[in-house]
Design a protein around this ligand. Structure first.
Ligand SMILES: C[S@@+](CC[C@H](N)C(=O)[O-])C[C@H]1O[C@@H](n2cnc3c(N)ncnc32)[C@H](O)[C@@H]1O
Length: 280
């Protein structure tokens, strides 16, 4: 796939998923909160911070940065206008007057050199047509001494919150193995992958660390309802199956999810990796 085709496919995919990300907002926010907190800690936000959030989706952790920087500003960017519409609505609902949004691709940022004190990218890297080119863009728009912090998923084995669903789907559909160099959720999972991109873009003091999290739902049925709609990995595959196969997948997913029941909730774990670096 060419870069243009990847961008077109990603824009369409996330436009299609945006309503589900809005509906399941509170559950997703809770699940990803530890990662947002780790990113914010890695960036060391000042109250006048000028912050850029790339692949901002529905707005976090950028909106939390905006709260910590009342004299500063946050620019939310994303390829999909539909995702940013949810983010800007949330900014309004939270009374945040220091947030702007702009539709653009990570590898072609419409900002001058050294515009921002910090850049964050939570779960965006794996979808970019050219992660090295995007990293060079992040370094370009950072001021000297400014920090970049991103988060990606580690390997599927440590993320049962996705594999419960994908393994159940694989019992009904022959899933093609993902192109290791094309957009997919686990493309950046190898330790050191993103750190190498940072170093190649001239960033210093590069460090990475893992962050545990949990997807918490009220019941195994709610786990299925949520995951079958919002997970990018599953969206295409579930469209390929007929109704009886979908029902068999659902039954299997609910049975596996129920093994994670604890204290009246279903708590399925996962692990993300955060990577921080400083512009020289
Ligand atoms: C998994 S969502 C993450 C959203 C948000 N950062 C979060 O953590 O909740 C991935 C986001 O990446 C965006 N995206 C995909 N390709 C992109 C690109 N080339 N440039 C900018 N954003 C992109 C999608 O539109 C989507 O909103």
């Amino acid at each position: 796939m060419s870069a243009g085709e990847i961008l077109q496919a990603q824009r369409a995919r996330w436009a299609g998923l945006s309503a589900r990300w809005d509906t399941w907002g509170p559950t997703i926010l809770d699940q990803l909160r530890p990662v947002g907190a780790a990113i914010i800690e890695g960036l060391d936000i000042a109250d006048d911070q000028r912050h850029l959030e790339v692949a901002a989706g529905t707005g976090e952790p950028g909106l939390s940065v905006a709260k910590l920087a009342p004299r500063g500003s946050v620019m939310l960017t994303d390829l999909a206008p539909e995702m940013l519409e949810v983010a800007t609505r949330r900014a309004r609902e939270q009374g945040l007057g220091n947030v702007e949004a702009r539709v653009c691709s990570a590898d072609d940022l419409p900002f001058d050199d050294a515009t921002f004190d910090s850049v964050s990218v939570r779960f965006g890297y794996m979808f970019f047509p050219d992660p090295a080119r995007a990293t060079a863009e992040f370094a370009r728009v950072l001021r000297p001494g400014g920090r970049l912090c991103s988060a990606v998923w580690v390997e599927p084995e440590n993320n049962p919150w996705t594999t419960i669903l994908t393994r159940a789907i694989a019992t009904e559909v022959a899933l093609a193995p993902p192109d290791p160099d094309g957009p997919n959720m686990f493309r950046c999972a190898a330790a050191g992958y993103v750190s190498a991109l940072y170093r190649d873009a001239g960033l210093r003091d590069v460090a990475e660390w893992d962050v545990g999290l949990e997807l918490v739902t009220r019941s195994p049925e709610q786990y299925w309802e949520m995951m079958s709609g919002h997970l990018s990995l599953a969206a295409d595959a579930l469209q390929q199956v007929d109704e009886p196969a979908r029902e068999r997948i659902r039954t299997r997913v609910i049975a596996t999810a129920s093994t994670f029941e604890k204290d009246g909730r279903v708590r399925v774990p996962g692990v993300a990796r955060c990577i921080v670096g400083t512009r020289a």
